[in-house]
Design a protein around this ligand. Structure first.
Ligand code: ADP
Ligand code: TPW
Ligand code: MG
Length: 580
């Protein structure tokens, strides 16, 4: 009704908004375009209205997978990925992913609806009652609750800033059901929203810290650079490559930093990893932590005690000296730190001694030749290497595809065999070595980048998120899943030592056909038993962009217990003596 048509004397009706719309408007104002989640009370309408407002809302079959999708969206874009869940059980399902995101330094916001404060706080037994804020707090970087519609703008702004500034991580945002229905004046609502300015401010390293790092580096005879997923996250790919090339220092990429510089780069020392870890005298850590994945920076793997000096670039000051002494801590964002090092190196930087680099090249040549022999075999049934040779070539031919990888042997062998050529193309089990990231990562990777995904997953790993093949079909995503089916966890050959009729704890139904799961939702399923069949099936999937699951039959006896980290697996001394 126009003003001219209004009855004489009537007040014009004030335009109103409510909690639902304010949450959506706050997210959209801050450039968040996608929500990953599972609907239900009290957030069903939030998903619907978000979709109606032009956001992309990807509905999953389980919150953990939606949460993993949000986490990897954060890693790929440097903006927080958002996961939306219902209260108590839905929240708890999402919390695993939030904790994993925090552990991996991925920015993510878990938004969960919750039941009414009055009832929760008196523990009177509300529908899906839980004090979610208290539960989330120890498992993430920050946790907030919003009680008034007028505070939604601030709440969302705080969540975004907490997720992406400094060391990125997971943030929990608790939104009680009543909040969504709260009504307020639309103009006041608009004014209450906050657009976060400069959410991840540059953190410039102190000039004295830069000088100290360069002094240590100048004194090195056998320097090494280790690139971690923090370096990939930073998206300063050209500067990192310039630093590596100008310095002439050999480098190794941690798993998810593979491809930040192509793995085929002459300075890549991944094929001589043990040698460079052991024999280097100065190690420059760039966005990588000295945690279990690097045996804490000490022990046999690192050569004699006291033989190393570490330079570490990290945005988190408390990371320094976490495991060993850091001779030159360089605290700041990687972009600023790398740029400062490049400036400080000047134009007459001395390359590392040829003795060091040629020793590494010799070792690389030997190891690459050894690997070529293993990859050359065409064993029947397929072992890991004969299948992975095919997939290595697929990525070589399609370097912009995103590789998702989980499992034990399936992970460790694929990481070693498959070269990556572009930054942030390898997504895997990360710091925790967690199973179940596969389908969530695959879905978000293609949604966020528009690139096709090749997911190489063990049959056990796949089972943790396998139901999301329906999601992949529903959204018709270009995802090709290759299940390395060896009938079990590590191997499919274990027997129950008690002699009882239950199967051993590590084996699954023999000859299972995971490809048929995909077919049941309208996707393409293929069963393959040879490298040639595998190659044809993957090429067809990548060419078509259709959801595809390839059940790759792998020799059940080919794997080893816990893949490459069997040494971390405690074993009972008693079993050897006959005890079960
Ligand atoms: P990897 O597992 O590849 O070794 P980690 O996850 O252990 O890598 O380490 C990543 C590190 O990168 C973390 O310590 C984190 O604080 C740091 N980091 C993440 N983003 C940045 C950034 N933009 N600038 C500086 N450091 C960063
Ligand atoms: C959340 C423990 C590590 S690896 C793995 C499990 C169960 C599966 C290995 O079998 P898969 O690979 O995937 O078939 P392969 O090629 O060796 O046969 N629960 C969680 N995370 C982890 N890491 C585990 C259990 C585990
Ligand atoms: Mg297996």
């Amino acid at each position: 009704m126009s003003a001219a048509q209004e009855p004489v004397g009537a007040e014009p009706e004030a335009e109103l908004t409510d909690g639902f719309h304010l949450v959506i408007d706050a997210l959209m104002l801050n450039g968040i375009k996608t929500i990953y989640g599972v609907p239900g009370i009290p957030i069903t309408d939030l998903g619907r209205l978000a979709q109606a407002s032009g956001m992309r809302v990807i509905s999953f079959r389980h919150e953990q997978n939606a949460g993993n999708a949000a986490a990897i969206a954060g890693y790929l874009t440097k903006a927080p990925g958002v996961c939306l869940t219902v209260s108590a059980p839905g929240f708890l399902n999402g919390l695993v992913a939030l904790a994993n995101a925090t552990t991996n330094c991925f920015p993510m916001i878990l938004i969960s609806g919750s039941s009414e404060r009055e009832i929760v706080d008196l523990q009177q037994g509300d529908y899906e009652e839980m004090d979610q804020l208290a539960v989330a707090k120890p498992l993430c970087k920050a946790a907030f609750r919003v009680l008034h519609a007028a505070d939604i703008g601030i709440g969302v702004a705080r969540a975004i800033r907490a997720a992406v500034s400094g060391r990125p991580g997971g943030v929990y945002l608790d939104l009680p059901g009543k909040l969504f229905g709260q009504v307020m004046d639309a103009e006041a609502g608009r004014r209450s929203l906050v657009k976060v300015i400069d959410p991840a401010p540059a953190q410039i390293p102190a000039p004295s810290a830069v000088d100290r790092a360069l002094d240590v580096l100048r004194g090195a005879k056998r320097p090494l650079i280790i690139l971690g997923k923090g370096a990939a996250y930073a998206q300063v790919d050209d500067d990192i490559r310039a630093l590596v090339e100008k310095s002439g220092i050999p480098y190794i990429p941690m798993s998810m930093a593979k491809g930040l510089i192509p793995d085929t780069h002459p300075q890549c020392a991944a094929a001589a990893r043990s040698t460079v870890l052991q024999d280097s005298d100065v190690v420059v850590m760039i966005g990588a932590r000295l945690n279990w994945l690097l045996s804490h920076g000490k022990g046999k793997q690192w050569g004699p005690p006291g033989s190393k000096k570490f330079i570490q670039i990290d945005i988190e000051p408390r990371e320094m000296d976490s495991n060993v002494e850091i001779a030159a801590p360089l605290v700041g964002d990687i972009g600023s730190c790398v740029a400062a090092l490049l400036r400080g190196m000047g134009d007459d930087w001395k390359q590392p001694p040829a003795e060091w680099t040629s020793a590494i090249d010799a070792k690389k040549a030997t190891n690459i030749a050894r690997m070529a022999t293993r990859l050359g075999k065409n064993s029947t049934p397929m072992d890991y290497h004969s299948a992975l040779r095919v997939l290595r070539d697929v990525i070589r031919d399609r370097p912009d595809a995103i590789l998702v990888n989980e499992g034990a042997n399936t992970l460790d062998q694929a990481r070693g065999v498959i070269d990556m050529y572009q930054p942030r193309k390898r997504l895997d089990v990360g710091t925790w070595g967690v199973m179940g990231i596969g389908m969530g990562f695959a879905i978000a990777a293609t949604i966020e980048t528009g690139k096709p995904v090749l997911a190489i997953v063990g049959d056990s790993a796949f089972g943790f998120s396998g139901m999301e093949v329906e999601t992949i079909c529903r959204y018709n995503l270009p995802v090709c899943i290759v299940v390395f089916n060896n009938d079990g966890i590590y191997r499919g050959t274990d027997v129950n030592v008690s002699g009882g009729s239950d199967p051993a704890t590590t084996v699954f139904v023999k000859g299972a056909r995971y490809d048929r799961m995909m077919e049941s939702f309208g996707g393409t399923g293929v069963n393959v038993t040879t490298p040639d069949e595998l190659k044809r099936a993957v090429d067809a999937a990548m060419d078509s962009g259709k959801p595809t699951l390839i059940n790759a039959v792998i020799d059940p006896a080919a794997g080893s217990e816990s893949g490459n980290i069997g040494n971390l697996n405690p074993k009972s001394a008693l079993t050897k003596k006959g005890g079960a």
